[in-house]
Design a protein around this ligand. Sequence first.
Ligand SMILES: [Zn+2]
Ligand SMILES: [Zn+2]
Ligand SMILES: [Zn+2]
Ligand SMILES: [Zn+2]
Ligand SMILES: [Zn+2]
Length: 148
Amino acid sequence: MKRIFLLGALGLVLAVGVAAPAAAAQKTITCVYCGGTGEVMCAYCQGEGKVACNYCRGTGAVTCNVCGGTARLRCEECLGKGYIYRDGTKEECPKCKGAGSYLCSFCNEGKMPCEMCNGTGKIKCVICGGYGKVQCAVCKGTGQVKVK
Ligand SMILES: [Zn+2]
Ligand SMILES: [Zn+2]
Ligand SMILES: [Zn+2]
Ligand SMILES: [Zn+2]
Ligand SMILES: [Zn+2]
């Protein structure tokens, strides 16, 4: 009976002995996802650090809110008619020279530079803060991953 007990104890020691080296064999290797840098390209901006401005749809220009994009403003002097009456006589409007409207001075051909992106059409990527790279999710930025 005593001998059987001893064998049982030995078996337990062996079982623990086998499990221990297996845990020690767990090592770290370079993260293949980021190549060990701990950073990966920002998918949101494709690594550019900038994304197209939503406000102007990446064009850098928005419709002029003064003339509504027509690039011309109705002459308030003649109310767009191009002529005025002075002492009952029809005269060419001196302000618009008979055109009834004049070029909008607030914009360039009905377009104004987008204020959101300063006319560049691009804004800083909010995901990576303009850096173009984000922390590798696989290795959590360490560049190393544990393997079994
Ligand atoms: Zn990684
Ligand atoms: Zn814009
Ligand atoms: Zn305008
Ligand atoms: Zn006029
Ligand atoms: Zn980004």
